[in-house]
Ligand binder design. Sequence first.
Ligand code: NAP
Length: 289
Amino acid sequence: MSEVTIFGLGLMGLALAKAYHRGGVPVTVWNRTIAKAETLEPVNVVVAQTISEAIAASPVSIICVDDPNSVLTLFGNSQMDPLLDGRTIIQLSTSLPKQVRKDQTWLAERNADFLYGAIHCGPQELGTKDGNILISGPSTVYKLVEGLLSHQGGKIEYLGDDITAVSVLDLAWLSIRFGEFMGMLHASNICQSEGIELQKFISMFPDNARIQHHVGTIRDGTYDQRTATLSVWRASLELLKQQAVDAGMDAGFPNHVGGLFERAIKAGYGEEHVMALFKVLKGDGRTVD
Ligand code: NAP
């Protein structure tokens, strides 16, 4: 028996599994594409062949996949119901407040506890003092997994019983990030189109690590070096669009930014750094309308 099962071995799921292994926590992993588990061989974790095996392996399961409905995608088969009984599920895949609420109810009907969390650091920071995860859900459940979560980093922040709190705040945080992206992209385009080196612009912000990193990526063209893919950012943007529609809000901002992401995906930049959007803005390479 493991202490925890990780569902998903993308950039983030892999980092979660490795942090547990480094912390000496027995871990089972499952991934839709099982071949990705091969990269874990050196760290010697148990690789589950089926979802049932993966749930049964541990009292606590952490999901981290690029699918906001992943609780149902993975567990929404009645054969899983007896396995879910008495288990704790922690959803770290980015999702919507209404989905998180539904997941909690659906799991409660199967006698499973539920917490929702948002990872607010890069994969390389998990398992270090800078590992940052926001968590919400019943405090009684949180207390039981607090020690387990603490292996993921020095900044595990519990935001209270309201299961939707983290999801709402994460969408708001993401909105800020997309605003920053658009500002940095447009600023870079201004500089380049007027013949000013990007390094001069970057030097105006010596204390801003995000400008240093993101505009530096455009300056160097290092779009293959990413901790989250452009596609994963686009999936979050879809959630901003959906939340705006659900809440009857103006969706102009996420719709506009979303159009740029669509063009970048069509141009084949989905697996690159989010700043590969710049190649679309510049009209470089494989740009498709
Ligand atoms: P990623 O590297 O693109 O990997 C995606 C993972 O999701 C893969 O394991 C993929 O399985 C799995 N997946 C996608 N759809 C699935 C489905 N329908 N059923 C089963 N598995 C499915 O993504 P990531 O960066 O690890 O991101 C995972 C989650 O973490 C996302 O919700 C993202 O928003 C969140 N997050 C990521 C970061 C980051 O810096 N990367 C930061 C904060 C939050 P296959 O291997 O079979 O394709």
